[in-house]
Design a protein around this ligand. Structure first.
Ligand code: ATP
Ligand code: MG
Length: 556
């Protein structure tokens, strides 16, 4: 793992050098998502790097939607992305759309044609692929490569006017069909696509390709450092070619960093969309998804995500981080923020036979022992309570310190109780315990008369609020799924989806929690941290998502 301090990161070193040498007076970065899906935690790395570095040097960051592919893009995604960036705590200098620059991109393409640096090609997509050659063989020139400037200008104009079908013609940069870098073998820079665009409607029926559009967008915005992931490394020469040949005033520098992944999940939007569309999850914000919205609904805080991303570091290498590391950061964050409370997931009724019938007393309990400023709460106690079914055994093994016939335990914040008897139903299941309590042992009174080994959590029965607890297991049953390409063996990542990744249980919570609001977070004694689910919680039933259990073996 890398140093948690961003001062050790290589991008920062480059920026610092550029400011010191006077190459740039101000740092300008951009976060450029394509609005074709929701943001995931990999994007959070890009956000933290782009916004974080600009902030550190008093610079600016634009949020720019890279919307050059009308078929896959949608306003829903634009809105969701804006919400997620803001939620993570970042403010963009200005909100841009690549589509706002379509006219200028067109003009730059015309400039390339006039300079003899671009031509209209009639080859089909398959033919272009065939002519491109391979890593070991040079490509072949298209028969249309030497069209005159006049003919190219005329054809490109007619492409724009809609005279040609999708795929009938493309505009290609005229670079070098024998370049060892395949990206430079006359890349396609414009294609015909008769599609309605979410921003420009039907104004255009030709659209620029990413490799042409992106450097122009960066240059128009005066981006100084264009930070992207390492799969674009081979495209850097093309990026520089476009900036130079299109005679852009400003010259952004592309710098690549490694993609962030997580074990036991998939990350690319294409795969995440499949999970949503085919109903494996209940939306982009399903708590099992590695999306920002999924993590938010599960109960992650922005602080925990940002701290995790910073700890992973800004290396060139990419790899799947361990989920345990992400969990470490939410535990750290919630430890001081989340109120403690008690919830019973699999309830077993206990009648305290020597407690006065009809009496309810209020007991004092601290809200968060790690944060005394949060004060105290009042919990009701009476003759009937619920405990966890697993906290009783009729015939326990050695070292079982919870309830069994004749044994005494402590009830958290309350009294010692002793198991005297139990009732079974016709099938032999224990359905009720009969216990006695000792009034002398009340919590907080300093009782030292005798010791017990077990402490149980519980909920008073008459005021208990029914609740649903949703526990989550990994979504994908293969640690390195994002990078494994098993599709060759006739399998896809969908074959590795964990069908048992959602576990739903019914139980009770303390009566004083009935007013909990969606997204409120709590630490349930022994069960870990939970978030009130915003989608399934109703007036009548609170639904809790388990964010993370209490224990971890993870060490930073
Ligand atoms: P996906 O394959 O998930 O759709 P993408 O790269 O196509 O990812 P974009 O919307 O184009 O997604 O990404 C916006 C920015 O976020 C880009 O600069 C991209 O490099 C960066 N990014 C995307 N995925 C990751 C990741 N896993 N780790 C770090 N940065 C990422
Ligand atoms: Mg993409």
């Amino acid at each position: 793992m890398e140093n948690n301090n961003t001062s050790s990161n290589f991008i920062k070193t480059i920026i610092q050098g550029d400011l010191e040498s006077g190459k740039h007076k101000k740092v300008v970065t951009r976060f450029p998502p394509e609005p074709n899906g929701y943001l995931h935690i990999g994007h959070a790395k890009s956000i933290v790097i782009n916004f974080g570095l600009a902030d550190e040097f008093g610079g600016e960051t634009n949020l720019r939607f890279d919307d050059t592919n009308p078929l896959k893009e949608d306003q829903e995604y634009v809105d969701a992305i804006k919400k997620d960036v803001e939620w993570l705590g970042y403010e963009w200098e200005s909100l841009r759309f690549a589509s706002d620059y379509f006219e200028e991109m067109y003009d730059r393409a015309v400039l390339l044609i006039k300079k003899g640096k671009a031509y209209v090609d009639d080859l089909t997509a398959d033919e272009i692929r065939e002519y491109r050659g391979t890593l070991t063989e040079p490509g072949k020139e298209s028969p249309y490569r030497n069209r005159s400037v006049e003919e190219n200008l005329d054809l490109f104009d007619r492409m724009r006017k809609g005279e040609f079908e999708n795929g009938a013609k493309v505009l290609r940069a005229k670079i070098d069909m024998s370049s060892p870098n395949i990206n430079l073998r006359d890349p396609v820079i414009y294609r015909v696509s008769h599609a309605t665009h979410h921003n420009t409607g039907d104004t255009w029926c030709i659209y620029p390709m990413y490799a042409f559009a992106h450097p122009i967008e960066d240059a128009i915005e005066g981006v100084t450092h264009s930070l992207c992931t390492t799969e674009f490394e081979d495209q850097r020469p093309l990026y520089n070619w476009v900036v130079a040949e299109c005679e852009m005033e400003s010259q952004p520098q592309q710098i690549e960093f490694g993609r962030l992944g997580l074990i036991n999940t998939v990350m690319s939007k294409r795969k995440l969309r499949k999970l949503v569309e085919e109903g494996y999850v209940d939306g982009w914000d399903d708590p099992r998804m590695p999306t920002i919205s999924g993590l938010r609904r599960k109960g992650y805080t922005p602080e925990s995500i940002v701290e995790f991303v910073k700890a992973v570091g800004v290396s060139k290498g990419s790899g799947a981080a361990d989920t345990a590391m992400l969990e470490h950061f939410i535990r750290e964050d919630l430890k001081v923020k989340a109120p403690r409370t008690m919830g019973i997931v699999d309830p077993l009724k206990v009648v305290i036979t020597n407690y006065p019938e009809g009496q309810v007393e209020m007991l004092d309990a601290e809200i968060n022992p790690e944060n005394p400023d949060m004060g105290t709460r009042q919990i009701p106690f009476s003759r009937e309570i619920y405990i966890e079914r697993e906290d009783f055994m009729e015939d326990p093994p050695k070292k079982y310190f919870r309830l069994f016939p004749g044994n005494e335990v402590r009830l958290k914040h309350a009294y010692f109780i002793k198991c005297e008897d139990f009732i079974k139903d016709e099938d032999g299941n224990v359905v009720e315990l009969h216990c006695t309590y000792d009034v002398e042992t009340k919590s907080g009174t300093g009782f030292t008369g005798r010791k017990v080994k077990g402490t149980l959590h519980w909920v008073e029965a008459t005021q208990a609020v029914p609740a649903e607890f949703r526990l989550y297991e990994p979504l994908i049953l293969d640690a390195d799924m994002e990078n494994d390409d098993d599709e060759s063996e006739g399998k896809t990542f969908l074959d590795y989806v964990n069908k048992d990744s959602l576990i739903v249980q019914q139980g009770f919570i303390e009566g004083n929690m009935k007013d909990a609001k969606p997204q409120d977070k709590f630490q349930f004694f022994r069960h870990g941290y939970f978030n009130v689910d915003p989608k399934h919680t109703t007036k009548d039933k609170l639904v809790f998502n388990q964010i993370v259990s209490l224990k971890s073996s993870f060490k930073l």
